[in-house]
Ligand binder design. Structure first.
Ligand code: FMN
Length: 323
């Protein structure tokens, strides 16, 4: 199927998650069945200085499935400059503009959610990025009439008018950050206004949440905190929706979970080295072995590990209830 101008095997996608969606983490969720994955949000200003750390966040061109590049920045010119540099390093399936991040370190530099207060600049960003010939997406939040000049629907209409191929709507206002319930119906009402052009974000924790969004007209659903809390949320959801999923990722046994985790970490180590494997391993572990006796002690034992070898040893020695 084609969503937002991108060919994808399904409608369950891994959201952009700063500090989380590194190359190995994306690989893990792609293996789990995610139809598309995102980079972390990447600073347009960092890219324009070709900051080494920022460049590393792009990953390499070896990834197999669709990867969307998410950029944040203060204005259209800097976004265009950043996109041009990023695309010199590798290809992406789409360029997504972050108009949703509410964190002060981003908004005080006029990026993220602050763009929603300036619909003219938001529209210009879409126009200039369209010149790269890739689909252009915008991730936005539900607006708040006290601070935003436009409703979510009208703001999105401006972006669509400039050629945005997909709008990702998170049903919380910037002031809510990540608190309170996401307003799924606000997302759905925008999806009905732009059929096939709206993906949903917010409170996807169970397969039924994704089904609700999709059956109400959303084109795709972003797995964010849900995928961090439950590493198997994506295959579980695909199965629930009737898509085929590798059997081994559905309700994996304890031994299988350890095996899957170890394999993912070894793959991470081969791509980015032991430190990256260790960080990702700890993160994945926090979303695995839920309800297993001894899992909490296992996580505690892994927390201070200074190197990947000791982490791997602790995992291999794990016996449920025996730690
Ligand atoms: C740790 C963390 C990092 C995030 N980083 C990004 C980011 O880089 N870009 C972005 O657009 N949204 C980011 N988000 C927001 C998520 O993509 C998603 O829109 C939000 O968490 C709502 O979905 P949820 O309620 O299902 O978690 C982040 C959220 C979390 C929890």
């Amino acid at each position: 199927m084609v969503i937002g101008g991108v060919e994808t095997p399904n409608q369950i996608w891994l959201a952009p998650l700063a500090g989380v969606t590194t190359r190995p983490y994306r690989d893990f969720h792609r293996r789990m069945g995610a139809g598309l994955v995102h980079t972390e949000m990447i600073s347009a200003i960092g890219l324009s200085y070709e900051n080494r750390h920022t460049i590393l966040m792009l990953g390499d061109g070896e990834e197999k499935g669709p990867v969307a590049l998410q950029l944040f920045g203060p204005d259209a010119d800097r976004m265009a400059n950043a996109a041009e540099r990023a695309l010199r390093f590798r290809s992406f399936c789409a360029i997504e503009i972050n108009m949703a991040c509410p964190m002060p370190k981003v908004t005080k530099r006029c990026g993220g959610a602050s763009i929603m207060r300036n619909p003219g600049e938001a529209a210009r960003m879409v126009s200039v990025l369209k010149t790269f010939g890739l689909p252009v997406w915008a991730k936005v939040r539900k607006t708040d009439e006290r601070v935003h000049p436009m409703t979510t629907g009208n703001f999105c209409a401006e972006l669509v008018e400039r050629g945005a191929d997909l709008l990702i709507v998170h049903g919380r206002t910037p002031a809510q950050r990540y608190e309170g319930a996401a307003d799924k119906d606000a997302v759905i009402s925008v999806a009905r206004k732009f059929p096939g052009a709206v993906a949903a974000s917010g409170d996807f924790f169970e397969p039924a949440d994704a089904e609700y969004y999709l059956s109400s007209g959303c084109a795709a659903v972003f797995a964010a905190r849900g995928a961090i809390r439950d590493a198997f949320l994506i295959p579980k959801t695909l199965d629930y929706l009737g898509s085929s999923v590798y059997e081994k990722f559905l309700n994996p046994s304890i031994a299988k979970q350890i095996e899957i985790l170890t394999e993912a970490c070894r793959a991470a180590e081969s791509i980015e080295g032991g430190r990256s494997a260790l960080i990702m391993g700890r993160r994945l572990l926090s979303g695995m072995l839920k309800g297993v006796p001894g899992a909490a002690s296992l996580r505690r034992m892994c927390a201070p590990c200074a190197d990947f070898e000791s982490f791997e040893r602790i995992l291999t020695d794990f016996r449920p209830g025996g730690i």
